[in-house]
Design a protein around this ligand. Structure first.
Ligand SMILES: C[S@@+](CC[C@H](N)C(=O)[O-])C[C@H]1O[C@@H](n2cnc3c(N)ncnc32)[C@H](O)[C@@H]1O
Length: 239
């Protein structure tokens, strides 16, 4: 097995289901995740989608001979807009990392319905603490099947694997688990307490003012509501 130096990337690769053979990397940028996937999974082909027209030429030019051999016939780099660049059924699932939660949520909501209907999974890794992704997935009738917390250069990254359809364990009645992630909360992920402490510190000023500024847009209100649940979750972790 190849060694992947980025913990976030290693978690993304580990989240890909064993049976998946064609995966789209949406917003591939430098294609490091796509290359890690090709290295770790010799059975997988990757379709990279990037909105920057110059990205593909940049990636191909920067490949080492080993990477070029790895990518030959297995990596397709496409210019386009998120999931709209995919044909229905052409990939088993998508991976979207390195964008904010609301941007990822918006990509999923804007996806052509027949493309979305052809997906068996989505692996999502927002750049920071957010409140949009899980509610968006639930509204589309998807459920969170697995979750991980990666820690890289002092930053936590949630890695959310979502599957279409209702959860096999039934509807989520616990608002804290629904907001923070059922698989991060139950049982508590070993890094959850540290992640909450880090989030509290990052939003320190907002907490100092009772989160009063978190109104306005629905996105901001959702973030405020999720932040407001942190003390209850922290108490639950201690109890
Ligand atoms: C910060 S990079 C993340 C790169 C890589 N996925 C990672 O996590 O390391 C985000 C990339 O998404 C691309 N992007 C943003 N909106 C997009 C869209 N609608 N469709 C395709 N790519 C998009 C940007 O051009 C940028 O290269």
């Amino acid at each position: 097995m190849a060694i992947i130096s980025s913990e976030r990337t290693a978690h993304l690769v580990a989240a890909t289901p064993p049976g998946a053979v064609r995966i789209a990397d949406i917003g591939y940028d430098h294609a490091r995740i796509a290359l890690a996937l090709l290295t770790a999974r010799p059975d997988v082909r990757v379709v990279g989608v990037e909105v920057q027209p110059a990205a593909a030429a940049r990636v191909w030019a920067a490949l080492s001979p080993t990477e070029a051999a790895l990518a030959a016939g297995r990596l397709e780099l496409r210019t386009g807009d998120a999931l709209a660049a995919l044909a229905p059924g052409e990939v088993d699932g998508v991976l979207i990392a390195g964008l904010t939660g609301p941007t990822i949520a918006e990509m999923i909501v804007r996806a052509p319905p027949d493309v979305l209907a052809g997906l068996a999974f989505a692996i999502l890794c927002p750049t920071r603490f957010e409140a949009s992704l899980r509610p968006t997935l639930a509204a589309l009738g998807w459920h969170v099947a697995a979750e991980a917390l990666a820690l890289e250069r002092g930053r936590f990254y949630e890695v959310i694997t979502a599957h279409p359809g209702p959860s096999p364990s039934g509807p989520e009645h616990d608002p804290i688990a629904a907001a923070f992630g059922p698989h991060l909360v139950r049982p508590p992920h070993p890094r959850l307490a540290a992640y909450l402490a880090d989030t509290r510190a990052r939003f320190h000023a907002a907490f100092a003012h009772d989160l009063r500024s978190y109104d306005g847009s629905p996105e901001r209100a959702a973030l405020g509501s999720k932040l407001a649940l942190i003390p209850a979750l922290a108490e639950r972790l201690q109890g």
